[in-house]
Design a protein around this ligand. Structure first.
Ligand code: ATP
Length: 670
């Protein structure tokens, strides 16, 4: 149920009337009004700059936390525009004449610019924006204020939120701001000198040569690679090379976190994909004819679309239709060169035992109906494992090969099964351990003697513990928190994501006892909801569990280190994605401490709960570079006798593979 769904609110038999879910929560004192966010901005305006305030403002606005955006702007604009006068003065400072003395001219100029600003503010109050005097001005505070918001790359988000944009605002000066979303032909990150020394595997080289050649051999490609075969790496290098050659390239993915790894955006955002709510499923685009986005696709040269295996076919079809229309060419994808990629072995939105057409529709749907027209490039070397084996000598080549082979079998459900039990796979190589402090210390060092803020960012970037359920994540997080030393003797502080500590008898509807209201708040700790209570310690690593603001790197799955916090927002440094190393202020909102895919030097998996969805075990185990070095907690933990007496005992875990994907999994040929 969405926040805006209409519900009849009643608690303990007391009917509170009809309203939307947010109203209900407000009435029950579970959430606060927008005043919460006004207060947060007030706090931030004391500790941070107006620019920090603006970013935070847009973050809470874009994440749907504010009920009344227009009032919110009015209530907070002083914090957002505290530097407006300074900016204005700089823009309007009259030219200094030779006759002016230094001191006098400065005072005069300040007076003049303030006058101009006051006059303009008056104009805004008394005239609408079509007034000629306004048209003559190239710079006024209202436009400046809008400009500042646009600069945050959120024009479309603001529009979505129903904020009106003045018709006569000249958007040309905002073009630069949106370049980040729809990049021009500039190289990002890696420079030519860094591309040259790259050594590809043979298959990577083949793909690179094909896609970067003056005339690619196909218009549609599918880059097929099991986990760790260097797909993301290769795509990034190819895109950089194409940009160097002045091609216009766009990367999209079905999830925001995959998009950030390719310096791109989600397919939904790029193509304005919208789902029409009707009994008949139908997808539309909201791209406007001849809009900036529309024109961007007209002369786009290459589209890289990752995780297309999890994209519904209706979405792909709407992109096909849209591109034909925009580019005026009635051939598939409007003749644009497209590189699709994805991995059917990895997590797809299908769940155990539910293999009906509807649930598994994504498999059928995403199977690019254009299979005949697509040229497949299949990578065939697990660079994550084999690269390490060859370079560091961490394990023998034979061991690495054995592990790579095991992974492929896990992905296609061909790994050794335990007897007749489908879905249960043996987990060889690893050492089974208990879930205790020793397990944590195999991944994270003992920091008791150092200031956690001095730990290099790369340290956390390079390590993770994966867990199949939120409950497992919580216990690991508690263990991590206990290990982390306190800065300034501050113990971990606990925050409730709902207004538990602000519940008082007056805010509770008539007839409901205080204890019941508090109990209801506590009951909200449900596995389907984000945790209601979060504990923080400065220096701890965090992972965000919501797409708050993709344009600023705040996406579901992004990782960060906590620099400071208060009861309203956190200040963190991002450690993943295209915004790595940037400092962000983010509202206290849906955080957890588990970690997503990517390559790590030290990984742990907590298997004290079983994996339950397609590809979950495969994704987890494919993060290991050397399985023989892994300690894995299982449930129940093996008894001492078992460990002592059965040296050859092979442990098993659940490995769910949706059989519908099997026909599409092709084993790599060496
Ligand atoms: N040619 C190469 N030279 C050096 N390192 C490489 C090369 N190809 C891949 N790698 C490294 O191998 C690791 C795995 O690559 P990458 O993350 O691109 O794989 P992937 O196929 O996208 O995996 P997954 O699907 O699991 O995300 C990364 O650390 C990457 O930097």
């Amino acid at each position: 149920m969405g926040l805006w769904a209409m519900v009849e609110v009643s608690i303990e038999g007391v009917v509170l009337g009809k309203g939307n879910f947010r109203d209900a929560c407000l009435q029950l004192g579970l959430i606060e009004s927008d005043q919460e966010w006004v207060n947060a901005l007030q706090t931030l305006s004391i500790e941070g700059s107006p620019s920090d305030c603006r970013k935070f403002f847009v973050t809470v606005l874009a994440s749907g936390l504010v009920s009344d955006p227009d009032t919110f702007i009015v209530d907070t604009q002083d914090f957002l525009t505290a530097d407006l006068e300074v900016l204005y003065n700089v823009a309007y400072r009259p030219a200094v004449t030779d006759d002016d003395t230094q001191d006098n001219s400065q005072n005069d100029r300040d007076d003049d610019s303030q006058d101009v600003m006051q006059q303009d503010l008056q104009d805004i109050d008394t005239h609408d924006n079509t007034d000629n005097r306004h048209a003559a001005r190239t710079f006024d505070p209202y436009l400046k204020f809008r400009y500042l918001l646009y600069k945050l790359f959120l024009l479309s988000d603001l529009k979505d939120l129903g904020l009106t944009v003045q018709n006569n605002v000249d958007l040309s000066e905002f073009d630069q701001a949106t370049d980040r979303v729809f990049p021009q032909s500039t190289i990002s990150g890696r420079e030519q000198s860094k591309i040259d020394p790259i050594t590809f595997t043979a298959k990577q080289q083949e793909f690179f040569n094909d896609i970067t050649s003056p005339s690619p051999s196909s218009q549609l490609y599918f880059l097929d690679a099991p986990a760790g075969y260097g797909k993301t790496f290769l795509e990034n290098v190819c895109m950089d090379q194409l940009k160097i050659r002045h091609h216009k390239v766009l990367a999209v993915a079905s999830s925001a976190i995959a998009a950030t790894l390719l310096n791109g955006i989600t397919a939904h955002k790029a193509f304005g994909i919208q789902v029409r709510k009707s009994s008949e499923y139908h997808t539309l685009t909201n791209l406007k004819l001849n809009s900036k986005e529309w024109n961007f696709f007209k002369d786009l040269d290459f589209l890289f679309w990752d995780e297309i295996t999890t994209q519904n076919f209706e979405d792909i079809r709407v992109v096909d239709r849209t591109l034909r229309k925009i580019r005026g060419v009635d051939v598939v994808f409007g003749g644009l060169v497209c590189v699709f990629s994805g991995n059917f072995r990895q997590c797809l939105p299908v769940v155990k035992h539910v293999e009906t057409r509807d649930e598994a529709g994504v498999i059928e749907a995403s199977l690019l109906r254009h299979l005949n027209e697509i040229k497949f490039h299949r990578l065939n070397e697990n660079v994550r494992i084999m690269g390490i084996a060859q370079n560091s000598g961490a394990q023998t080549y034979a061991d690495a090969l054995e592990q790579a082979d095991y992974l492929l079998k896990v992905g296609s459900a061909e790994a050794p099964f335990d007897g007749n039990l489908l879905e249960v796979v043996s987990i060889p190589f690893v050492n089974v351990t208990e879930k205790n402090d020793d397990f944590i210390s195999t991944i994270y060092d003992d920091f008791s003697d150092i200031n956690p803020l001095q730990v290099p960012l790369d340290y956390y970037k390079d390590r993770c513990i994966l867990a199949p359920t939120n409950a497992n994540v919580d216990t690991i997080s508690d263990m991590m928190l206990r290990r982390l030393p306190s800065v300034d003797d501050e113990d971990a502080q606990e925050f409730s994501s709902i207004a538990r500590n602000r519940i008082d008898q007056e805010s509770i509807p008539r007839g409901i006892p205080m204890s019941t209201a508090q109990a209801r708040v506590d009951d909200f700790n449900d596995s389907h909801m984000p945790p209601t209570v979060l504990k923080f310690k400065v220096g701890m690593p965090l992972m965000l569990l919501s797409n708050i603001l993709p344009s600023e790197g705040l996406v579901n799955g992004c990782r960060m280190v906590l620099l400071s916090y208060n009861e309203r927002y956190l200040t963190c440094k991002l450690i993943t994605g295209s915004h790595e190393k940037e400092v962000v202020n983010t509202p206290l909102y849906r955080f957890s401490y588990d970690y997503e895919s990517q390559t790590f030097s030290k990984t742990g998996i907590d298997l004290t709960s079983q994996c339950f969805s397609h590809g979950q075990f495969y994704v987890a185990v494919s993060r290991f570079t050397n399985m023989k070095k892994q300690n894995i907690p299982l449930d129940p933990p093996p008894s001492d006798e078992l460990l002592r007496d059965n040296v050859n005992f092979v442990h098993t875990v659940t490995n769910v593979v949706f059989t519908g994907v099997k026909p599409f999994i092709v084993a790599p040929v060496l």
